[in-house]
Design a protein around this ligand. Structure first.
Ligand SMILES: C[S@@+](CC[C@H](N)C(=O)[O-])C[C@H]1O[C@@H](n2cnc3c(N)ncnc32)[C@H](O)[C@@H]1O
Length: 289
């Protein structure tokens, strides 16, 4: 029998350390996300919710049902929807976006135009509720001289189905739009009577959302190659090995001369040495040579 754990707050949990390990290994293998033992309370609370919904009595029974009675991964998806951290907002990490908008984008589009290539492909990997890919769409609308002359494709993906549903609706609360430059608000959003903000259709149309688990080998291969890959504030939830595997896959998915942007605490150079590095404005950026 599993021993009952106590959290630092003294609350009783009905998941033991062995069950925790077994479950966290399972999640790691399937999604690349690593839960350390200090996350026992967090994981337990979420599993309890699933157990209640399913009428399952013990964590062991739940883990068994995940492993052996979930051939299509439906319950695993339900669990993942509860476990992901989806924090995001428009124009997050403004200085990094400035390097993209004012240096990398003009340089890359000038190079492509000079050889008559008018396709521009961007990947927002781990897009959560859509603020990041829509921010990129707004930047393109602001920065490209002749956006109609470009065939723009922004692919945004996430493992969590709930956030993808919200992303497709594109209705945002004040918190999400707090860093949008004020003059952009009326240009790209309609204000709803109860105070939320609906993104205008011309921006929504530029982004295609897909349900993709980045930890699954080959998932990106079907999506073609990209000029820019953004994977910001996603790899922090992965361990070194899955982080490296993922960045290696991004390397393959990036066209030569294309750029990759990770979150400010996630240095590409620390993960892999494959990319070139250069200064773009005040920022160091990584590109495929
Ligand atoms: C903190 S949000 C970051 C959102 C946005 N990129 C940003 O920087 O504001 C991290 C997102 O990564 C997603 N994610 C985590 N593991 C993933 C995986 N294996 N495949 C795809 N998405 C994943 C989560 O569901 C979550 O929505």
């Amino acid at each position: 029998m599993e021993k009952t754990e106590r959290t630092e707050h003294g609350a009783e949990l009905n998941i033991g350390i062995d069950d925790f390990r077994s479950l966290s290994d399972f999640i790691y293998r399937k999604a690349g996300i690593r839960f350390e033992p200090k996350k026992l309370y967090f994981l337990s609370k979420r599993i309890q919710r699933r157990m209640q919904d399913l009428g399952i009595e013990t964590p062991l029974e739940y883990i068994r049902s995940l492993r052996f009675s979930d051939p299509n991964g439906i319950e695993f998806q339900n669990l993942i929807n509860l476990l992901t951290v989806n924090e995001t907002y428009f124009f997050r990490d403004f200085p990094q976006l400035q390097s993209f908008a004012e240096h990398c984008l003009p340089e890359l589009t000038a190079r492509k135009s000079s050889r008559g290539d008018t396709v521009l492909r961007i990947l927002s990997a781990g897009c959560s509720t859509g603020e990041e890919p829509y921010t990129l769409a707004i930047i393109l609308m602001e920065m490209l001289d002749n956006i109609k002359g470009w065939q723009v494709e922004i692919l945004a993906c996430d493992i969590d189905l709930n956030v993808l549903g919200k992303a497709r609706k594109a209705v945002y609360e004040a918190r999400s739009v707090k860093d949008v430059p004020p003059e952009y608000m009326p240009r790209y959003f309609n204000k709803n009577p109860e105070g939320s903000h609906s993104l205008k259709n011309e921006v929504k149309r530029m982004v295609r959302f897909e349900h993709i688990n980045l930890a699954e080998k080959g998932m990106l291969r079907q999506q073609g190659t990209f000029d820019f890959i953004f994977c910001r504030n996603v790899l922090i939830y992965f361990d070194d090995l899955s982080r490296k595997q993922m960045v290696d896959r991004f390397y393959v998915a990036l066209d030569p001369g294309g750029y990759i942007f990770l979150g400010s605490s996630e240095s590409v150079g620390r993960i892999t040495t494959g990319f070139g590095i250069k200064r773009a404005g005040g920022h160091l950026v990584y590109y495929k040579e």
